[in-house]
Design a binder for this molecule. Structure first.
Ligand code: SF4
Ligand code: SF4
Ligand code: SF4
Ligand code: FES
Length: 946
């Protein structure tokens, strides 16, 4: 399916139209200007020996193995650092070159352990290969001189080890950590013979600033940096090309296996989203798929206070289908519904929404995007006409100004963050708009030009103040607006009002007026300015308003429709874009077409033999409310832990407890399963067959590395439930499902598994007009015709700090864990983040007698939990922060039911709270405020981490 070893052309490609003709070993070759002789030779099929060069890194020229001779040039230049020139004649083989290369190899080998046969890298070691290539037969210097053979191993990282005795000081790891990852955790310390690789300040890897991305391991030509899994299991023997199942970056990986066992995940150089890079989750945290907690057999019980019993698939599916029908017969067709998962494939989502619309006979289908990027869908559709980001990731390479709003890419979207950092090191400017001083504000060789440290909940005030500056200071791209947009005059009149001036909004937002004006001027000046944003934009009561505010700003300054610009949601889950595309919302059929559109319904009704309702169904929060009032009775939840991830846990669990039938399909018995009657085991990404769509609309293949460990694919389960309910739905395989999606969804008409196998990936729209997909949206014209300016009045959230709850809590993710942690908590990633921590400014901590590491009570008007505190001056005074990866701390116990006005996306980012030292120093009032309410399930309430 994919190559175990991808070709390595030695140095990076130099894209460009102008080409240079030269001759290598008598062969004529034509390559882009700036290409190295080494790469030109490789492209001509001539491999020059190399050790310090690899095509993911700029050439370094240290090993001197790649020497060549060039007619008319003195000496033997290194081919990796020598650029091609017109008419050059290069010779890669001669007696002299062979002698020189053997001499180099002799020196390396004289200080290298001769344990090839027992070395884990045997068969995958470039030093070993090169010894063979140069014909090394003897080592004249012997092995007894000064050497590094006794240097101790560093095994501190959970996933890879560092054995300096094997290091050849080629610096590939150091360069990978800097150039590719942008962390700069490694250096070559010492000089001459004493030079050696060190992490941080000569620390073990785990204690250094290393983020365990694995780029150095991948770059290392020897076994010095080696995956522990390879040491334990041996070298892989085959590979399958697939896609990471964590975040919306959608990195492509080779799953490398030995027999049936996955030995390692290696990021694919051909991956459109990641181009050979990865983060700690995708590369290393895949062990959850074989964790003993995995449930592989259906489970059933009469009521939620009983123990589970194992059941056959037939019994479980039969019960689910019959019970759903009974509930409908007794209470009406609208009393059941389903929640699709952004962790499953497009094909699985499509089948579940079909099950709901055609077999359940209602539109009660919603998805976890409800709680993350539903405002993106709404806001971008209103303004641009498409519910998706405008650019591909590569576009950032052309950005002059990046504005990062409410996102923390180094933790949430790490591979894209590395790309951003590279562009910033090249000189692009960065504006960060975030209450917290996120890592991007200041990181090695990167410093934000501006950090607008706004008060949580005031995004719209900030964007309006920036728009005011653009309009009133004459920074509008008048030609772009006149040619391509509508509604400008009214919008300009609105933002130009005094109430939207930076001076008026400075107090509201907490950002000085001059900073607001400066940010607007920098953004408008570009010339290419790109906005990247995350859940810090959407998860607010004005989430949709803010999305439209950013779109307005981009249109007003002409920053749409070409490379280097755009409005780009950094989407959270691996397939959240796809689950939205596939018709998971109660009001939209696949391709974002409203259920009220009779012509669209007719397409599906004819194909499915159904009668789709013209009225939108229930959203997730409506389902919970209806469950509590008895008008909603049965729910199918696929791959989403609503009891942990949705706000106001007590309300959610009370609603789940009220259901007559709750069916949960997942890998593990999660928090939601505590309220379920039937648990259906789900498949991990290693077992899935289908596609994921990432944040840049890129459709990537997910190929099965092994058959479903549960015995059934998830789409098969949905089909069988539908069949028990009397609705005939079946597919031969997943490519047939994609064919149906393509046949019925205008933006997907060109997509097929065959095409993806041929070209790797495509970005939708992929159709007759764009047969290979669309990298940049809205070129020339907007999807809706003219871009639409929408007025965005700032309305303060009703969630305010009070005397009783004087602090504002905001939440987010950390690099090593993922969302509710169901997967990452079951891997060695817990080494970096064993528990959720509350970050609090030292002044707020001092006021409360809290010291670093203290156990504290975090309470809001809806609930309370306990966790350890970390004093962090990256927090502004008055704002505290935590993650929600561990159910034991259950951060959502304290978040409220406030939500976005347009989409009901919860306002996770603003909750008024109090923090007090747990136990000894809390006042009576604080303790009272921290007590659980009756409805609380006990999840995360006043528990310590002990
Ligand atoms: S794993 Fe990544 S961050 Fe850590 S040292 Fe290697 S390249 Fe740098
Ligand atoms: S650890 Fe590997 S990549 Fe780094 S200098 Fe040594 S041999 Fe080269
Ligand atoms: S950046 Fe996202 S998609 Fe890529 S490896 Fe990490 S978690 Fe996976
Ligand atoms: S590969 Fe060119 S000097 Fe090392």
């Amino acid at each position: 399916m994919s190559l175990l070893k991808e070709p390595d052309l030695g140095t990076p490609a130099r894209p460009g139209a102008a080409t240079v003709d030269l001759e290598i070993d008598g062969q004529r070759v034509s390559v882009p200007e700036g290409t190295s002789v080494m790469r030109a030779a490789a492209l001509a099929g001539v491999d020059v020996p190399k050790l310090c060069a690899t095509d993911s890194l700029e050439s370094f020229g240290s090993c001197r193995l790649c020497l060549v001779e060039v007619d008319g040039v003195k000496g033997t230049p290194a081919s990796c650092t020598l650029s091609v020139s017109a008419g050059m004649s290069v010779h890669t083989q001669s007696d002299k070159l062979a002698r020189l290369r053997r001499g180099v190899m002799e020196l390396y080998i004289s200080d290298h352990p001769l344990d090839c046969l027992t070395c884990p890298a045997n068969g995958d070691c470039e030093l070993q290969d090169m010894a063979g290539v140069v014909g090394l037969r003897e080592v004249r210097y012997g092995y007894d001189g000064a050497n590094h053979l006794d240097a101790p191993k560093d095994t501190s990282n959970p996933y890879f080890e560092f054995d300096p005795s094997k290091c050849i000081a080629c610096s590939r790891c150091v360069r990978a950590c800097g150039e590719v990852q942008g962390t700069f955790a490694l250096t070559i310390s010492g000089r001459g013979f004493a030079s050696h690789v060190s992490a941080g300040a000569e620390e073990p890897f785990l204690e250094s600033e290393c983020v365990s991305c694995g780029a150095c391991v991948q770059a290392c030509p020897t076994s010095t940096l080696q995956e522990k899994s390879v040491v334990d299991l041996g070298m892989p023997t085959r590979s399958v090309l697939t896609t990471c199942a964590y975040c919306g970056v959608g990195c492509s990986f080779k799953a490398e296996l030995r027999g049936d066992e996955v030995v390692r995940m290696v990021p694919a150089k051909t991956g459109g989203a990641n181009e050979g890079h990865s983060c700690v989750k995708g590369r290393f945290a895949f062990g959850y798929a074989s964790h003993p907690d995995r449930v592989l057999t259906p489970l059933m019980r009469e009521s939620i206070d009983q123990e589970w019993r194992e059941a056959s698939w037939d019994e479980a599916i039969g019960f689910v289908g019959r019970r759903f029908r009974e509930l409908q017969a007794a209470h009406g067709p609208g009393v059941i519904g389903g929640i699709t998962s952004s962790r499953t494939t497009n094909e699985e989502v499509y089948v579940v929404q079909r099950m709901v619309r055609a077999a359940f006979g209602n539109n009660n289908v919603d998805t976890c995007a409800r709680v993350c990027h539903s405002p993106t869908g709404y806001g971008l559709k209103q303004t641009f006409g498409t519910s998706a980001g405008t650019q591909d990731f590569r576009s950032v390479d052309d950005a002059d100004v990046m504005v990062v709003i409410g996102a923390n890419p180094t933790d949430g979207h790490p591979v894209f963050a590395s790309r951003m950092k590279r562009r910033l090191r090249e000189g692009a400017s960065l504006i960060v708009i975030d209450p917290r001083r996120i890592d991007l504000v200041r990181t090695p060789h990167v410093e934000a030009a501006q950090h607008l440290q706004l008060a949580p909940g005031t995004n719209v005030a900030v964007v309006n103040a920036m728009a005011h500056t653009v309009v009133t200071e004459g920074l509008v791209d008048a030609d772009f607006v006149a040619e391509r947009c509508e509604g400008y005059v009214e919008w300009a009149e609105f933002v130009a009002r005094a109430e939207n001036s930076p001076e008026a909004l400075a107090e509201v937002s907490g950002v000085p007026a001059e900073q607001l004006r400066a940010a607007a001027r920098t953004y408008a000046a570009g010339p290419n300015s790109a906005i990247y944003y995350g859940l810090g934009v959407t998860e607010h009561s004005q989430g949709s308003t803010m999305v439209m505010g950013m779109a307005n700003l981009a249109m007003a300054t002409g920053n749409i429709g070409r490379r280097g610009v755009g409005v780009n949601p950094l989407r959270g889950q691996n397939n959240v874009q796809g689950s939205c595309d596939m018709g998971s919302f109660p009001h939209e059929l696949p391709g974002y077409r409203h259920v009220s559109d009779a012509s669209v319904r007719a397409v599906y009704d004819e194909l499915w033999g159904s009668t789709i309702l013209a009225e939108p169904g229930l959203r997730i929060p409506n389902m919970f409310d209806a469950a509590l009032d008895g008008s909603f009775r049965g729910l199918f939840v696929q791959g989403e832990d609503v009891a942990q991830s949705d706000p106001n846990t007590q309300h959610v669990t009370a609603a789940l407890s009220a259901l007559d039938l709750l069916v949960v399909q997942d890998l593990f018995l999660n928090e939601t399963a505590k309220y379920a009657h039937v648990f259906l085991p789900g498949t991990s990404f290693l077992e899935k067959d289908g596609t994921f769509t990432n944040a840049e609309r890129r459709i990537n293949r997910v190929r099965p590395v092994m058959p479903p460990r549960t015995g059934k694919h998830e789409w098969q389960v949905a089909c069988e439930i539908a069949q028990v309910m009397g609705y005939d739905m079946s597919y031969d395989d997943t490519s047939q499902i994609m064919d149906e999606i393509a046949a019925t969804t205008p933006t997907f008409t060109g997509v097929s598994f065959d095409l993806l196998d041929k070209v790797g990936s495509v970005q939708w729209p992929c159709n007759a007009e764009h047969p290979l997909g669309t990298e940049i949206m809205h070129e020339g014209t907007f999807t809706r015709g003219r871009g639409h300016f929408v007025q965005t009045p700032y309305v303060a959230t009703t969630e305010r700090s009070t005397r009783r709850y004087p602090l504002i809590l905001t939440t987010g993710r950390i690099l090593s864990q993922y969302n509710v942690g169901a997967q990452t908590r079951r891997t060695a990633n817990v080494a970096w983040h064993p528990e959720d921590i509350l970050e609090i400014h030292p002044h707020d901590a001092e006021d409360r007698g809290i010291e670093d590491g203290d156990l504290v009570t975090l309470s809001s008007r809806v609930g309370a939990t306990t966790l350890h505190a970390r004093l962090a001056d990256r927090m502004p005074v008055g704002v505290v922060y935590t993650t929600f990866h561990h159910p034991v701390s259950g951060a959502n116990v304290v978040t409220t039911e406030n939500s976005d006005w347009a989409t009901n996306c919860p306002e996770y980012k603003v909750t008024a709270v109090q923090v007090a030292r747990a136990r000894s120093t809390a006042t009576d009032e604080e303790v009272e405020a921290a007590q659980p309410t009756d409805a609380q399930s006990g999840v995360g309430v006043l528990r310590s981490h002990a």
